[in-house]
Design a protein around this ligand. Structure first.
Ligand SMILES: [Zn+2]
Length: 57
């Protein structure tokens, strides 16, 4: 695994699930039919998706 991979996550805009690995995104799409999954850079703190992700923790 490359360190850069850890900076990126995917977030499903339809159910707010987040994923570390793209394989998980593929599984989620296949299992739920959700299509609006956005790749998010964890370093960008001005992203609403990233701030939502952090506030969950
Ligand atoms: Zn979803």
């Amino acid at each position: 695994m490359h360190p850069e991979d850890l900076k990126m996550i995917w977030i499903c805009e339809e159910c707010d699930s987040h994923f570390i690995f793209h394989a998980d995104v593929s599984d989620h799409k296949a299992q739920t039919g959700h299509t609006r999954v956005t790749k998010v850079d964890m370093i960008l703190t001005d992203s609403p998706f990233t701030s939502n992700y952090r506030s969950d923790r």
